[in-house]
Design a protein around this ligand. Structure first.
Ligand code: WT7
Length: 646
């Protein structure tokens, strides 16, 4: 390792990443600088380019290279573990390569070309990885959806019929049909829909070859409407497709995928990542942060629909030829020992999860954990939000039995991969601190006037130079990219997080400093939830704040002012909840809704969220409220607080 952490001489940086690049296959070599960029809005357009001029294919590097050059064809890529215990499936690198080629041919036969956007709406099944990599193989750009479909134009949509989450049946086809209708209404026709039958008998015959069982809870009566003009069956298409497909050679800076994330203005942003830099960055961080070894069995519990799954279930692990567990279910189904049962079943060595899952399981004590041995575990990872010391200690003492280092990885959808993180067993840990920057990452802490603070200090967390995996733009809106991340402090990438550096140089994330909430490790903007609420005809105005939650980190406390003549009741409450769920996703379901005949505002009409936060938490010490226009509003809201979640 030739680069100092937090060090960033451009030459050294190029040498370090150049070494990483040597492991990969390049159809043509890069011509320009290894990493070229401008982070300063006052000097022109913001850009980052990595290995310009080189061409490669990420699916070739993840699959063909591992099968043919590294002779890992028979190595297991995924142990798929279904929602129902006993539903399982093993996929080797060679099989994965064949399936990806087959599906790439299917996409081509449907007219998908390099640069086309393909939307994917599927549960945690191997076919989801197949769909992603098939897009990457032909140079198409995938966009995985886990909420309402963004209205940007997508050519085909790949989806599945449905799946079980614990006891609950989710009918994805119906959800997708509704979303599609909305796209059509807005004038964005979706040309084709390919549907995977995950829950019915048909899945048995095809999906992943003869050894593939259908989901045990197969569900012959899951009724899905079928429109022969747009709907195509995955299984029928794949049956006739060749399992060889020459990869499309892509430029380094060609788009790889778009992933929508919450924006503080309320409108989701399409975060765009490109081929080469993202490949190098996810591969290198995966290898070093989890101290990956060839015989490891790695398990990341995230959903592939979030960036954690993109980078650390699909791309990073496969780039290294790793064997992973891919889990469809929930940590609590059929019981709260499920995670540890899976750890023992597959001899998981490296385990990656979120503080919210740790806190959830912590509630049930150590007994369900100790029912299983967990002897195989070596490294435990966490991501998504600051981990509270109590959860850290439980993870370390009970789950890891004080034997496994914890890697607290700080990063964002935008950063593509870990940016602040310990290296296991090499970095002395401090519970709750993401410790130090990854190689080539140069953080700084700024005060309100944009001055860099030295030594122990607290302020805005920013980065001074790019690393290969940083996002390149907001899809379709480069200006929004510049405004969101580079305008506030010219010369720096602004994370939106507050941060403290202690006397030993450790970084401690203190949380978001914009109007974002972190619910179970997922960011949500208050503005986005508010606009979903006011879209309901009964609501005149809404304000949403976070209220601390023992498991989720933060929960959503919504204040709604109703339109004239409307009365508040349980039916309306249920409708509002449903409205937000449908607009944004299950993660955004309001926990509390309070009828607020009026909201506390300043004389200039700005909603005083600070005061609402106090009301939500029942904290009477309001601080300075001299700018409040009408203080009786506050008393009224305190009296009608919601004490129990809706
Ligand atoms: C935000 C990014 C990166 C995948 C999951 C979330 C918070 C994330 C940590 C951590 C403290 C963390 C930050 C960040 N965050 N990891 N280890 N310690 N805070 O991705 O939805 O893009 O959210 O999650 O606030 O900005 P995301």
């Amino acid at each position: 390792i030739s680069l100092k952490r937090g060090g960033g001489g451009c030459l050294k940086n190029a040498r370090f990443w150049g070494d990483v690049a040597k492991d990969f296959f390049w159809k043509t070599k890069h011509t320009g600088q290894f990493l070229d960029y401008n982070f300063d809005v006052t000097k022109g357009e913001i850009f980052v380019k990595c290995m310009e001029g080189a061409s490669t294919n990420i699916s070739y590097n993840l699959l063909d290279r591992n099968v043919h050059e590294r002779k890992l064809g028979d190595k297991v890529a995924f142990y798929w573990e279904g929602n129902e215990p006993g539903d399982e499936l093993t996929v080797t690198y060679r099989e994965l390569l064949q399936r990806v080629c087959q599906f790439a041919n299917v996409l081509k036969s449907q007219g998908v070309k390099k640069g086309d956007r393909v939307s994917i709406y599927m549960p945690m099944v191997v076919e989801l990885v197949v769909a992603m990599l098939a897009c990457a193989r032909i140079g198409a750009v995938h966009s995985i959806v886990r909420r309402s479909l963004p209205s940007s134009l997508f050519l085909p949509l790949i989806r599945s019929d449905g799946f079980y989450r614990g006891d609950k049946l989710i009918n994805l086809k119906l959800l997708a049909d509704e979303a599609l209708q909305k796209c059509r209404d807005k004038g964005f026709p979706i040309e084709k829909c390919i549907m995977l039958k995950h829950l019915s008998k048909e899945a048995e015959e095809t999906s992943l070859g003869s050894q593939s069982p259908p989901a045990k809870r197969s569900c012959p009566d899951l009724q899905v409407p079928w429109n022969p003009e747009v709907d195509l069956c995955w299984h029928a298409l794949v049956r006739g497709a060749s399992d060889e497909c020459e990869p499309e050679w892509c430029g380094s800076e060609d788009p790889l995928f778009i992933l929508y994330t919450s924006g503080s203005t309320g409108k989701p942003k399409g975060v765009l990542h490109t081929v080469s830099g993202y490949m190098l960055y996810t591969a290198a961080t995966f290898k070093l942060v989890f101290d990956y070894q060839l015989d490891d069995v790695y398990w990341c519990t995230a959903d592939i629909g979030w960036i954690t799954g993109h980078s650390y279930i699909t791309y990073g692990p496969l780039a290294n030829g790793a064997t992973s567990v891919l889990f469809e279910g929930l940590p609590t189904y059929p019981d709260v020992s499920r995670m540890w049962e899976i750890v023992d079943k597959y001899h998981v060595t490296k385990f990656y999860t979120a503080p919210t899952a740790i806190r959830l399981l912590m509630k049930y004590g150590s007994e369900p954990v100790q029912k299983y041995k967990r002897e195989s575990l070596k490294v435990l990872g966490t991501v998504g939000e600051p981990i509270n010391p109590e959860a850290w200690q439980w993870y370390y003492n009970v789950v890891g039995e004080r034997r496994c280092p914890i890697v607290d990885t700080f990063w964002q959808t935008e950063t593509g991969g870990h940016v602040l993180t310990p290296l296991p067993a090499a970095t002395p840990m401090k519970p709750g601190s993401a410790t130090f920057p990854f190689f080539g990452v140069v953080p700084a802490i700024l005060n309100e006037s944009g001055e860099e603070l030295e030594g122990p200090s607290e302020g805005y967390l920013v980065f001074k130079q790019p690393w290969p995996g940083v996002m390149r733009t907001v899809y379709g809106n480069h200006q929004r990219f510049e405004t969101t991340y580079f305008k506030k402090f010219p010369g720096y990438y602004v994370t939106g997080d507050g941060c403290r550096r202690d006397k030993d140089g450790y970084y401690w994330i203190t949380g978001r400093i914009d109007d974002m909430l972190n619910v179970s490790g997922h960011l949500l903007s208050t503005a986005e939830v508010e606009s979903a609420l006011v879209e309901h005809e009964a609501v005149a105005e809404a304000a949403v704040v976070g209220r601390p939650h023992p498991v989720k980190g933060e929960s959503l406390y919504c204040f709604v002012t109703l339109a004239d003549g409307v009365t508040y009741n349980r039916t309306l409450e249920a409708e509002l909840k449903k409205q937000v769920r449908e607009k944004i996703g299950a993660i955004a379901t309001p926990d509390y809704i309070q009828n607020a005949p009026a909201l506390p505002k300043t004389r200039s009409g700005k909603i005083m969220r600070r005061v609402l936060r106090k009301i939500a938490c029942d904290e009477r010490d309001l601080g300075d409220i001299s700018t409040l226009a009408d203080s009786s509003v506050v008393e009224q809201l305190f009296q009608n607080r919601c004490c129990t979640a809706v």
